[in-house]
Ligand binder design. Sequence first.
Ligand SMILES: Cc1cc2nc3c(=O)[nH]c(=O)nc-3n(C[C@H](O)[C@H](O)[C@H](O)COP(=O)(O)OP(=O)(O)OC[C@H]3O[C@@H](n4cnc5c(N)ncnc54)[C@H](O)[C@@H]3O)c2cc1C
Length: 397
Amino acid sequence: MDLPVLVCGAGIGGLTAALALARTRCRVVVLERADQLAEVGAGLQLSPNATHVLADLGLLEPVRALACEPEAIRIRSARDGSDLARVPLGATIKARHGAPYLVVHRGDLQRVLADAVHATPAIDLRLGTVLTEVDVGESSVSGRSPAGLRQVSGTGSALIGADGVRSFVRQSVLGGPPARFSGRTAYRATVPADLVPGALLRETGLWLGRNAHLVHYPVRSGKEFNIVALVEEDWNEDDWSAPASRPDLLARFAGWPSEARELLDLPDHWLKWALCAVDAGTPWASGRTALLGDAAHAMLPFAAQGAAMAIEDAAVLANCLAEKGKSVTDALLSYQSRRQARVARVQRTAAENARIYHLGWPVCLARDAVLKRKSPEALLARFDWIYGWRPPRLGNA
Ligand SMILES: Cc1cc2nc3c(=O)[nH]c(=O)nc-3n(C[C@H](O)[C@H](O)[C@H](O)COP(=O)(O)OP(=O)(O)OC[C@H]3O[C@@H](n4cnc5c(N)ncnc54)[C@H](O)[C@@H]3O)c2cc1C
């Protein structure tokens, strides 16, 4: 391809795609509306299917240096605090899938990716550039920013919409649907790790309650502790970082076991994020345009796979565009057909977890009994199809 690939969005998906494309000797222009890559979001769990891609890009060690490697996911009941199951991670999952399961602050992961982008001459990252107009021609795609902004955009061989859940490229270029609000909200906060009992810093905690659940794990090489409370409520604003009412949140968890309430009591400030979804079955590719990450398939975070799927997309997209003898249009269609069924299955799993995690009494008793009976091997085997995925070879163009 003579022209660079235009990538709209410098989130986890867009930056990973730029690096993967550069590996296949593509030039890339990344257009990002933010003036700087701020530390938005909080923690991310990165399972081996995603860390394999980071390893292929030579970024596993810098990410690992800022991340933590939990020993297990400890699942507990919010009715009485009892243990329901323990999914082994750490050395067990690394031996099983050949790459680690990490927990990392989104800002740290984005910074490692952005540093690698800055160090790659084939990638031109243009901050402060909102893509608002696109012309798709027979042999090129051009994108423009509105007049008055510091930068104008460019012309490329393909346009990749990695512009998140409320994607402009999905809706305005591909004519796709708006994101659907799920009726659930995530409250997110981080606190200094020394406020938290040491045992909690070695694992991911998951508490299951009626119409709500709680997830926590360490981030920032164990210096901070990430807490996410997911509740059912009717609030839907487009922001990674809307301030949330602490008293309202604490009131919602008033009947929970003291250990959970003590954690929720720690942060002075909470941010909230409306959980939206985009059906992975709607078209991701047409002509010279394709979608990636949340723009294509935003999902509920109940399988902790949204960013992981964006990272997988990036590796497959670069591999498809590098295939010799294929037109850009065919390469993008091939990318869509190699990704869509898997991502749709992950989305269904996340939606199913959303139902199961939030069951109320008495049906939760059946769920709890099933979880208590499962062996560690059975718990791990359930996720082999997700975590056992391997990226295609990059750089073989
Ligand atoms: C509570 C919660 C917990 C989560 N936990 C996990 C987890 O444990 N593991 C996991 O894998 N995933 C998790 N996720 C999902 C994960 O955060 C997302 O799937 C992932 O960040 C999506 O990345 P993205 O690059 O596709 O989109 P985004 O990160 O949203 O990036 C989109 C970028 O595009 C830019 N942009 C938008 N419009 C334009 C435009 N017109 N022009 C230029 N730039 C534009 C934006 O500024 C942004 O930088 C979680 C999500 C939530 C809400």
